[in-house]
Design a binder for this molecule. Structure first.
Ligand code: MN
Length: 228
């Protein structure tokens, strides 16, 4: 038996719809500005530029439907996103092969301390304090691609307290899921357990304690997350 100096940290593992097995998480990649209307609302050109990525931590993923309002911010925004779970990986994956690496999909939120992210953008500094904090990525159960088929279109919505705030369609992704996987694999060695958040449609905005966010993607059902 391995002798660890301290107790090893727990592995993040996500429930799988229709199964008692869990999906173990290795890394979490997030793509920025992947819907034209959201790029415009954030003050950027919607033209197809090379994608860019940042990371969250595996233990930032939470599945209990609760988002504790984080410290050091007064402007936490919701971003509803399709999460893509990989069952295999590699380097320099071709676009036409990329979908064979997908295990499944889940509903996800890329919660963002927008004020801190904005400060970091202005200063040319990394985004972690705006993006990669505790419970910053509420997710739903993983839906295996064997049940959903490959997702390339379908409505993406987010309501806050019953009011529609974000609305888009997976067919509006600037960089499609296979392109994202291929592009990422040129920079990183992808592996089983990796999760990719695919970007958010327009309509991002703040939440406050007590709000209930309801997120939905066609084919993946819906999920509510309460701001605590
Ligand atoms: Mn995002």
């Amino acid at each position: 038996m391995t002798d660890y100096a301290i107790a090893p940290p727990p592995l993040t593992a996500l429930p799988i719809a229709g199964s008692n097995a869990l999906f173990p998480v290795r890394r979490v990649y997030c793509i920025g500005r992947n819907y034209a209307a959201h790029a415009i609302e954030m003050g950027h050109d919607p033209d197809r530029e090379p994608p860019f990525f940042f990371q969250k931590n595996p233990d930032n993923l939470v599945t209990d439907g609760v988002f504790p309002y984080p410290p050091k911010t007064a402007d936490v925004h919701h971003e509803v996103e399709l999460a893509v779970m990989l069952k295999s990986g590699g380097r320099n994956i071709q676009v036409h092969d990329a979908s064979t690496h997908i295990y499944g999909y889940a509903l996800a939120l890329d919660m963002t301390r927008r004020d801190l992210q904005g400060d970091m953008k202005k200063a040319g500094r990394p985004w972690e304090i705006g993006k990669a904090f505790e419970a910053s990525a509420p997710v739903g159960p993983v839906h295996p691609v064997s049940a959903t088929g490959l997702l390339s279109e379908g409505a993406v919505t987010l309501h806050v307290n019953g009011e529609l705030r974000q609305e888009g369609d997976l067919n509006q992704l600037i960089w499609k899921v296979p392109e994202m996987i291929s592009y990422l694999s040129e920079y990183f060695e992808l592996a089983p357990g990796d999760v990719i958040l695919s970007g958010t449609p327009a309509g991002v905005g703040p939440v406050v304690r007590g709000d209930v966010m309801e997120i939905a993607i066609a084919g993946l059902g819906s999920m509510s997350v309460r701001v605590a």
